[in-house]
Design a protein around this ligand. Structure first.
Ligand SMILES: NC(=O)C1=CN([C@@H]2O[C@H](COP(=O)(O)OP(=O)(O)OC[C@H]3O[C@@H](n4cnc5c(N)ncnc54)[C@H](OP(=O)(O)O)[C@@H]3O)[C@@H](O)[C@H]2O)C=CC1
Ligand SMILES: CC(C)(CO)C(=O)C(=O)O
Length: 295
């Protein structure tokens, strides 16, 4: 399969690097990283180790015709990704991003099937040309409106062939909302309180995280997706237990004074329903970002 990864930072470099063990891969990202990849190849280390030689470029080539475009930019860059891919002859697009509405933004602009995905692999770009796998997880992908499709089956098989743990699922809307509940519960809470993920399992942060997840479940049901409050809260607890020592991505962003994905997570819930906890979490993080001119 010919794969173009749009947004070769941490996750895109890891998944693109793993795919490059079996497929033709082009990483679209920033220099000096993609320049190093183009000249010296890409090293994956940490929980998976390999060295591969994908192409590395800073823009979508004008003659690009990939079977798959994998979108791994931060949620606030999805519009730009859609714009950059619009003129390419793409067979199918898959988002592995966190947050809501990424697939809708891509589908509105692109003339190809858009697949939804979730990913629990952990990745960190260590230096130009080297990405660290911080956790082996799973990719779940499928049609963005649910059900089955040939493109989803083909992409799932291509991921499996490359040794990526993959499930092709017929219920992506529910899975996307459940992942959103996890991120809504854990990310902003841990970023604002400066605590590790496990600290939402008990004590004062646990009710904040649980209520943010319940509100997300309510927004899911309003959108026609069957996600029970308790399922959302259980998902938060399961991920917080499994990642107890992790610093969430949003806390890492705050500590590094980078823009966060709060608009696509808590902000997306508060936009859809009256959700006081998500509204408050989003408001505080937006205020923090505004004070630092990050958006
Ligand atoms: N890292 C992880 O372990 C996981 C991440 N995710 C999700 O995956 C998504 C990506 O996360 P992550 O990989 O950590 O983010 P990164 O910021 O590391 O990667 C995104 C990369 O895309 C680049 N980029 C953005 N716009 C363009 C453009 N127009 N042209 C070329 N390159 C561009 C960014 O460059 P620049 O910063 O210079 O704009 C950055 O290098 C997020 O939604 C995240 O929540 C999900 C599961 C795990
Ligand atoms: C699952 C979790 C909360 C793990 O840290 C995550 O996705 C993130 O930090 O963005």
């Amino acid at each position: 399969m010919d794969v173009l990864v749009f947004g070769a930072g941490s996750l895109g470099s890891l998944v693109g690097g793993l795919l490059a063990r079996q497929h033709r891969v082009t990483l679209v990202g920033r220099d000096p990283h993609v320049g190093t990849v183009a000249t010296e190849g890409l090293t994956v280390d940490g929980e998976i180790e390999c060295h591969v030689e994908p192409d590395g470029v800073t823009a979508v080539p004008s003659d690009a015709a990939p079977d798959l475009a994998l979108v791994t930019v931060k949620a606030y860059d999805t519009d730009a990704a859609a714009e950059a891919l619009a003129d390419a002859d793409v067979g199918a697009t898959l988002s592995l991003q966190n947050g809501l509405d990424n697939e809708t933004v891509l589908a509105d602009r692109l003339d190809c099937p858009v697949l939804a995905g979730t990913c629990t692999y952990g990745a960190m770009l260590a230096e130009p040309g080297r990405v660290t796998c911080t956790g082996v997880g799973e990719v779940v992908l499928g049609p963005r409106d649910g059900g089955e499709s040939d493109p989803a089956d083909r992409v799932g098989a291509a991921f499996e062939t490359a040794g990526i743990e993959t499930t092709v699922a017929a219920d992506m809307p529910r899975r996307i909302w459940e992942k959103l509940a996890v991120n809504a519960g854990i990310n902003a809470t841990t970023a604002l309180a400066r605590i590790e993920n496990g600290a939402v399992l008990s004590g004062p942060a646990s009710e904040v995280a649980a209520e943010a997840a319940r509100e997300t479940a309510r927004a899911a049901r309003e959108a026609g997706v069957d996600l029970a409050d308790e399922a959302a809260v259980d998902a938060v607890r399961a991920v917080a237990e499994a990642t107890a020592d992790n610093t969430s991505s949003m806390q890492q962003d705050v500590l590094a004074e980078r823009r966060t994905e709060v608009d696509a997570i808590n902000g997306a819930v508060a936009e859809r329903i009256d959700a006081p906890v998500n509204r408050t979490l989003a408001g505080l993080l937006r205020a923090w970002g505004r004070a630092r001119d990050l958006r």
